[in-house]
Every structure is written in structure tokens, then in C-alpha cells.
Write a protein that binds this ligand. Structure first.
Ligand code: ARG
Length: 585
């Protein structure tokens, strides 16, 4: 279902071609330069730039374009204003017809795109470590993108790049062995992984014999010693149980199938280093194998290396990500390859991808993309920390969010049954945290402010959930099912008579292109902003337009259809963000 701009744009392009294409063949597919306008539904500004090219005043260019413009059945009015803007006002009947078609479309106007393979790396926490708020963002943003891309028809391949390998594993395995695999200490891995990690670390620092055993254990692990590997699997499995618990709490789509940890690439790292060295792309510098690339210089113009093998022979983060890009391009056939990772790793990824291109592992048809994730800040505008200086535990934050949501709902809706309030509190609390994260651009920072997040007013998850629940209650009060009145099945007759109906219809018609944009730009906050605006537009519509008591039957039916369509878009939009919609609230 094309949006108004998508319908109008090609017609303006055609008019420009008809007016000037004969003399200027390059103008056969000119950009109409569509902009929103205060004075019309759409404004086409192409004439301004075209004036110079064709040597005519822009107003005259606009007049010639309008002469050739066919917007029959779409526009009620086309006017030239100012220096040569073309103002287009859509006809009410076109708006009504398009909205009726949208109501009949089970996809609500969201197109199915040509399917791409899209591996997406997100969440990617570390074994025996607590997930912290940094991982909250990579998890929540990544999941919203995965859901949206899948909905647009892509083959999304989730890659949870778990930190499950490296030197700390010697100490962790040795600690697990000492305390016993079924001890209560071992079960900390599931309930409080940081505590387990800290105990291992303390022993390592305080007991030289343990430290020696831990170092020997790393060697055994790397050599593939079966007993050591078995313990390592046990350690990773316990950690996965913890992570799956957090994922369930958060309502993200990651499962066991999506773990593709660092260890997955072990066997390839040596060959990657050898190949890069043989191709002359990597050189030994101070004992370490490094890649130096043009254009990467630090202070005083010193070249910055991508270290792929340390001087002690160990492999680092750099070579592992060379393996991920190679695997995702070559084996997973990724066309867009998405990494949802903290903004601080931007340089790392650029160097890895440039190296991979140089090595011929990815061609021009492969697009690696770093979706950069900004920091979460405390009230002091520094990286969020607890009073003791630790990053707060994600599970604590989520529990707190649910408790705050419960307090808000107890206050706002004491009339709701106790069990309903208990059931919706986590939906609202978790939804609030997720929405707050998704409503800011993924690369900007934001302050973690729970009171604002769970508020029923403002650009918050609970506001949108409440808006949806309110539409539902219209139907409940009338004893009607929004699914039969609203979208799906037969085309609905929608009537657009006044500005309120028109504004709502026009807002609804932007859903498909908004979701498309989120998929193209990988920016979920655009969908959040859209939904917030839609909810506000609906709210002013509903204030001034009786639905069940509309003047006549045709209008009542039409307004019910608008309500049902609004509900469907809100629920579907929130679902793409990974935010639940309580049926009552
Ligand atoms: N485990 C890393 C961390 O916690 C993130 C890994 C991101 N993904 C990647 N392919 N490098 O910071």
C-alpha cells in the first residue's frame, strides 16, 4: 500500500519528463523533491533546482510541470506558490479510498520486499558476566530490527555473538571444578553470574597455586583436552540458562538456536592469520601480527594497527571479527550484515571490514553495517552506575520497572481487578523500558529515568499501550470485535468528511512507508515517533468525533473502521518494536 508521497512522486517525475525530457534526456527520472508543507498535504520543490538547468524562472518551470501533471483521482487541488513550490492537496475521496484499501490489507500497507539474507549480531553478552544496561540496548534495538526486517520479508539470521572464549576461562573452569558442578556456588552462574566471576577472580588473585592451575587450564582448553572442554560446555550452558531467563523476561526473540559465540570461530583463526600474512596484508610488528591500513592513523600520524595475533600467540577480538564477517558473507550469504554493537567499537569494525575487503572475502555486493549503540546515562549524565559504582544489574532494573508500573496502574486504575493489574504490570514495566530505549536514536545517549519511562503521559510505552487499550474499550463497550469491523477481509467503506477524519486517515496511510524506512535505515526510533504521533492524532479525533453515537449509520461504520485500523496499526507497530499491548489497562 503506497503512501500518498509514494503515489504522487512518480506522477511528478513523469510530468517533469513530459515537460522537459525531450530537450534534457537526463530529466526522465528526476527527483520530485517532495516535502511536507503547512499549506498542503505535499509540496514538490523540484522546480527550484530545475530552473537553473533549463534556464527558466522556477515559477515557470513549475507551471510547465503542472501543465503535464496528471493527478486525476488523487488530488483535489494543485497550486503553485512562492518561488515555484507545487502544493498538492489530496482529495478526500482518494484519502478515504486508500484508507479503505489499507483496512482490507492484512499487512496494513507494509510491503513485502525482495528477500535479502540478513545476519544480525545483537545482544552478544559474555559468559559468567551479568548483562548490564549496555547489553539492554544492543538486545532491545537488535530485536526490534530483527522483527521489522523479518516482517518486511527478509531472511533474518540472528547471531548472538556470545563472549565464550578467552583467558578468563581457565580461572572460571578451575573455580567450577573446585566448588563442584552441582554446588550452590555453581548455581550462581544462573542467578548471579558476577558473583561467581568475582569469587573466581579473588581466588586467582589471592592463591598463586590456583593461578598456576588456571593458566594451565587455558592451555588445556585451547589444546582441546576433553575433560576441560566438558567443563567449559557446562560453564557456558549454565550461563545460557541465565541469559535465556533474561531474554524471557525481556520478551526478545533470541533462543538457543541463535547462539553463535566467539568459540565457533576457533578453528578458522589460524588460517585467517596465515592467509593475511601470505597475501602481504598482515605483517609482524613488535612480535604481534598486525594489519596496517591506509587512513588509520592516531596521534602524531602514527599508524593504528588491527592486531590479529598477539605477541604471545593468542588471538584477539580483531581476528574473531574477521572470522564473523567472512562466515556471514560466505557461508550465510549475507547481503546486509548487521552488527548492533556499542558506538565505541566503530573503529574496530571499520578496520575489520576494510581488511576483509582487501583480502577479497567480501565483495561490493556485501554491505556490513554497524548499528552504533549509544550509552545509557545516570541522572548525573555519566555512565549509569549503582551507588557502589557497579553497572546496575539488568534484572534488578527490570524488576524495579515492573514495580513502578504496578504503582502507576494501581493509582490510575484502582477499578481494574487485582489479577488484571498483576498481569499487566510486567507488560507495562518492561514495555516502558524497551520503548524508552527504542524511542531515542540508537546512537545517542539517554538518561535512564524510570519515573519518566513508566508515565502514562508523554512519548512513553505506557502512553501508547494505553491508547491501544482505550480503542479496544470502545469495541468492548459496543459488544463488537475490532477484527471484524476493522482490517482484513473485505474492503471497508471509509468516509472522510472533515479535518479530524482526514488527519487520522493520512496518519494511518504513513504506516507502510514508515516500517519500510525503519528497515532501510535500521532506525527503530522512526517507528516509535510515528506511533506516538498516530496516538496523538487519534486522541484528538476521538475527542471531537462521536463513534458509536455518530450522526448516521454510514459515518458510524466508517469511524469504527478508522478506530479498528488505528488499533491494528498501534498493536502491529508496538509488536515490531517488541513491546506488548495489554488488552486492558
Ligand atoms: N561481547 C561483546 C561485549 O560484550 C560484544 C560483541 C559484539 N559483536 C561482535 N561481533 N564483536 O562488548
Amino acid at each position: 500500500m503506497p503512501s500518498p508521497a509514494e503515489v504522487v512522486a512518480p506522477r511528478i517525475t513523469a510530468a517533469i519528463a513530459a515537460a522537459f525530457g525531450a530537450a534534457y534526456p537526463e530529466l526522465t527520472d528526476a527527483d520530485p523533491v517532495l516535502r511536507p508543507s503547512q499549506f498542503a498535504d505535499l509540496q514538490a520543490n523540484a522546480a527550484l533546482a530545475l530552473g537553473k538547468k533549463v534556464g527558466m524562472p522556477p515559477r515557470d518551470v513549475a507551471a510547465k510541470v503542472v501543465e503535464h501533471l496528471d493527478l486525476g483521482g488523487v488530488a483535489a487541488q494543485v497550486e503553485i506558490s512562492g518561488p515555484g513550490f507545487i502544493n498538492i492537496t489530496l482529495s478526500n475521496s482518494w484519502v478515504a479510498g486508500a484508507t479503505g484499501e489499507m483496512a482490507a490489507d492484512p499487512r496494513l500497507g507494509v510491503p513485502s520486499q525482495r528477500t535479502q539474507n540478513i545476519p544480525i549480531d545483537y545482544s552478544s553478552p559474555n559468559v559468567a558476566k551479568e548483562m548490564h544496561v549496555g547489553h539492554l540496548r544492543t538486545t532491545v534495538v537488535g530485536d526490534a530490527l530483527a522483527r521489522t526486517l523479518e516482517h518486511l520479508g527478509h531472511n533474518v539470521i540472528r547471531q548472538n555473538h556470545l563472549g565464550d572464549w578467552g583467558t578468563p576461562f581457565g580461572m572460571l573452569i578451575e573455580h567450577l571444578l573446585d566448588v563442584g558442578e552441582s554446588s550452590s556456588e555453581a548455581s550462581l552462574l544462573e542467578s548471579d553470574p558476577n558473583a561467581f566471576y568475582q569469587h573466581a577472580r579473588d581466588t586467582f588473585d589471592g592463591d598463586p597455586a590456583f593461578a598456576d592451575r588456571a593458566r594451565a587450564r587455558v592451555v588445556a582448553l585451547q589444546a582441546g583436552d576433553p575433560d576441560t572442554l566438558r567443563l567449559w560446555v557446562e560453564l557456558v550452558d549454565l550461563s545460557k540458562r541465565y541469559l535465556n531467563r533474561v531474554y524471557a523476561l525481556l520478551g526478545v526473540t533470541l533462543t538457543d538456536d541463535h547462539f553463535a559465540g566467539e568459540s565457533r570461530y576457533n578453528a578458522e583463526l589460524g588460517a585467517i592469520c596465515d592467509e593475511l600474512e601470505a597475501k602481504g596484508i598482515a605483517v609482524v610488528s613488535d612480535g604481534a601480527l598486525c594489519v596496517f591500513l591506509d587512513g588509520y592513523t592516531g596521534r602524531e600520524g602514527k599508524p593504528v594497527p588491527l592486531i590479529i595475533r598477539k605477541s604471545d600467540g593468542g588471538y584477539g577480538y580483531g581476528v574473531t571479527d574477521l572470522a564473523t564477517i567472512r562466515y556471514r558473507a560466505h557461508d550465510l550469504h549475507g547481503e546486509r550484515i548487521v552488527y548492533v554493537v556499542g558506538v565505541t567499537q566503530a573503529l574496530h569494525f571499520r578496520m575489520v571490514w576494510d581488511t576483509a575487503r582487501k583480502a577479497g572475502w567480501i565483495g561490493d555486493d556485501v554491505h556490513p553495517i554497524h548499528v552504533q549503540i549509544g550509552n545509557v546515562l545516570g541522572a548525573d549524565r555519566k555512565i549509569l552506575k549503582t551507588r557502589s559504582g557497579e553497572p546496575p544489574r539488568l534484572t534488578d532494573l527490570l524488576d524495579e520497572a515492573t514495580a513502578s508500573a504496578r504503582a502507576v496502574i494501581d493509582e490510575a486504575r484502582p477499578d481494574l481487578a487485582e489479577e488484571v493489574r498483576a498481569q499487566i504490570a510486567p507488560q507495562i514495566g518492561i514495555g516502558a523500558v524497551k520503548y524508552a530505549d527504542l524511542s531515542v536514536a540508537h546512537d545517542s545517549e539517554y538518561v535512564f529515568d524510570l519515573a519518566r519511562m513508566v508515565s502514562l503521559t508523554g512519548n512513553t510505552g505506557p502512553y501508547l499501550q494505553y491508547a491501544a487499550a482505550r480503542v479496544r474499550s470502545i469495541f468492548r463497550n459496543a459488544g463488537l470485535d475490532p477484527a471484524t469491523v476493522g482490517h482484513g477481509g473485505e474492503k471497508r467503506r471509509i468516509v472522510v468528511r472533515d479535518a479530524g477524519e482526514r488527519d487520522l486517515a493520512l496518519a494511518l496511510l504513513e504506516f507502510g512507508s514508515t516500517v519500510t524506512e525503519v528497515g532501510d535505515e535500521l532506525e527503530p526510533h522512526r517507528l516509535a515517533a510515528y506511533l506516538f504521533e498516530l496516538a496523538q492524532t487519534f486522541s484528538s479525533f476521538y475527542e471531537h468525533h462521536p463513534v458509536l453515537k455518530a450522526e448516521d449509520a454510514e459515518l458510524r461504520q466508517s469511524r469504527l473502521a478508522l478506530c479498528a485500523l488505528t488499533l491494528a496499526v498501534l498493536v502491529q507497530g508496538l509488536a515490531l518494536l517488541g513491546v506488548e499491548s495489554p488488552t486492558q489497562m
